[in-house]
Design a binder for this molecule. Structure first.
Ligand SMILES: CC(C)(COP(=O)(O)OP(=O)(O)OC[C@H]1O[C@@H](n2cnc3c(N)ncnc32)[C@H](O)[C@@H]1OP(=O)(O)O)[C@@H](O)C(=O)NCCC(=O)NCCS
Length: 180
């Protein structure tokens, strides 16, 4: 779906535009490559991300724009600085459960972008009849866990050894949930 655009104000009082990204594969690809260089808490390895193309990214955005799931980009001065997505399954039995993913460029961390993206996605997911949200994070991702608790998620389980970091270290995956 295409969400209604909104302007929000960050902790530094700067304005930030929240909207569904255009089908601009190059912008999304450069964001993905940059965020993947800045953190090892996303699923791609450095090598895997190099196989992604601008067309793959355009196709990814198209899926959200033309479907029921939600993708919201945070833009500052025209630059994409953060993304949240809420995947909504199409099958009746699970269509009330949204699965969340979020990322913010390192230079914008701690300025409230993640929090604003969550506030927006909560509104849009409710509008789409989602009543439960699920997410997961690598167990050592302290910053993400703090954000998730702050916006109302609670830990509901752990997948022991659920992820292998880029250096080969095995880590747990924490599962969190929130009612809407
Ligand atoms: C996790 C992430 C999305 C947070 O985004 P953000 O824009 O920095 O989040 P916010 O500024 O809204 O901060 C939210 C909360 O995080 C917590 N936080 C901020 N800095 C922190 C730090 N250094 N250590 C621990 N918690 C911290 C605080 O509780 C903060 O809320 P508060 O400032 O109101 O107290 C961002 O750091 C990121 O993209 N990281 C890399 C990718 C990633 O890990 N994605 C999640 C994968 S599961």
């Amino acid at each position: 779906m295409i969400v209604e655009e909104r302007i929000v104000y960050l902790k530094d009082d700067g304005a930030c535009l929240l909207k569904t990204p255009e089908e601009d594969g190059e912008t999304l690809l450069s964001y993905l490559k940059r965020i993947n260089r800045e953190t090892d808490f996303l699923n791609f390895t450095r090598e895997e991300v190099e196989t992604v193309t601008a067309e793959n990214e355009a196709e990814w955005v198209r899926g959200y724009r033309n479907g029921k799931s939600i993708l919201i980009g945070a833009y500052r001065g025209g630059e994409l600085i953060g993304l949240v997505d809420c995947t909504i399954p199409s099958l009746f039995k699970t269509a009330h459960v949204g699965i969340i993913g979020v990322s913010v460029l390192k230079k914008a961390w701690g300025n409230g972008v993640g929090t604003k993206l969550f506030e927006a996605v909560f509104e849009e997911a409710k509008r789409a009849s989602v009543s439960v949200l699920h997410l997961e994070h690598f167990a050592d991702n302290v910053r993400a866990h703090a954000l998730y608790e702050k916006v109302g998620f609670v830990t509901c389980g752990i997948f022991r050894g659920g992820v292998k970091k880029s250096d080969g270290t095995i880590s747990d995956v924490v599962l969190m949930e929130r009612a809407l």
